[in-house]
Design a protein around this ligand. Sequence first.
Ligand SMILES: Cc1cc2nc3c(=O)[nH]c(=O)nc-3n(C[C@H](O)[C@H](O)[C@H](O)COP(=O)(O)OP(=O)(O)OC[C@H]3O[C@@H](n4cnc5c(N)ncnc54)[C@H](O)[C@@H]3O)c2cc1C
Length: 405
Amino acid sequence: MRRRELLGGAAAVAAWGATRSFARARALRVGVVGGGIVGASIALHLARAGAKVTLFEKAGPAQGATQNSFAWVNAFVPDTHYRSLRIESLLAYRELDRPLGLLMTWGGYVNWGATAAEARTVQENAAQLADTPYAVRTLNAAELAMLNPALSPGEMSAAFFSAVDGHLDPVFVTRQFFAHAAAAGAALKFPCEVQGLTFRGARLAAVRTSRGEVAVDRLVVAAGVDTPRILAMADFALALKHAPGILAHSLPLAPLTPTIYDGPGGLSFKQMMDGSVVGTDAAEPPDTPVHQAIRKQAIPFPDEALRAQHGNRILSKIGVYLPAARGVGLQRLTLGFRPIPTDEMPVVGVLPNAPDVHVAVTHSGVTLAPILGRLTRDEVLRGSRADILEPYRPERFSAVRPHPA
Ligand SMILES: Cc1cc2nc3c(=O)[nH]c(=O)nc-3n(C[C@H](O)[C@H](O)[C@H](O)COP(=O)(O)OP(=O)(O)OC[C@H]3O[C@@H](n4cnc5c(N)ncnc54)[C@H](O)[C@@H]3O)c2cc1C
């Protein structure tokens, strides 16, 4: 049954419309900090359950990591528990896609290599889904060619196809979450920066923002790379890695492929629903002062010539394997900063020292947004703890100080 759901069964679609009981929801004023895909999903789920939701976003919808994301929705991670959480999120996306008009692309994923070393990596990746109902299919060169005639893989040492993966336009999907959250009664405040939290004893009383103070009963912090700054306002110390990443976006092309590709040399690419081809490679950035600065802090890419150089390099590599994209012009090169906790696992749940403050920060936030929305809603409104989130609790970070009473 679950396999059928993941591959698009109708039962999954019906579940989103089903009414659920959240007896305490209407009395609760819940603030959400962050209007990326994670905060937007959480606000939507809370508002649909009847909570009085206010989302605070300092810039606008999807202005953080979300707008710079490759947005591959997948379960490929070595950790089996984390993989099962991601599979739950893929299932949740299948439920939400049609009812919310997310226009997701369910074209699966192809991983192929050219060298013997890459063949080993491809086989390790394939093994990650081997013990799940969503096992991958190994491909030979003829099968890969048949799967998508637009792809020209060249010499191939190993390849597989996973049917369960999808991709999306992260800005569009976040905006859809915003629109449905607003329709469900959420107040979406932007630009509106959260600047402080007011506590009475250990209990949260209000959020202080650039547009005044707002009384809240609970707060969910989903502020991407800025999450540690907000959690510090509740005396909770969380560290994230600094993890920049670039993506080249081409000018639009006619439809070529719905699939996500990981090819030789660490090249990843896909075609967005607007026709643009988006991708990145594994090239080490050159040792220029600009790149040294980006390696240290989250700053905008300051140099147009370098932007064009990186973008055109990536697009020309994609053109090797996707001949219809050869010579296509660069639309833009994005530079984003991934919100990655130091142990690379999500941080989700109520703070141990502040019972009204929840957090949701993770890499793969695009993949995890629906499940984090659903589970955070349940935990905030029911005061419950979802078993599946136990490995990802903020408690595991040691530098926790009790909130001053
Ligand atoms: C290059 C790259 C490729 C990626 N590829 C993938 C992928 O293929 N698949 C995948 O699942 N994930 C991928 N990710 C990761 C994914 O994009 C992020 O995990 C996800 O977008 C995080 O969403 P978020 O809502 O938590 O954070 P963000 O999108 O960063 O949103 C946080 C928001 O909080 C707001 N904010 C911050 N401070 C305040 C404040 N004080 N007051 C009010 N608002 C505030 C910010 O303005 C921002 O809009 C990639 C990321 C990058 C950079």
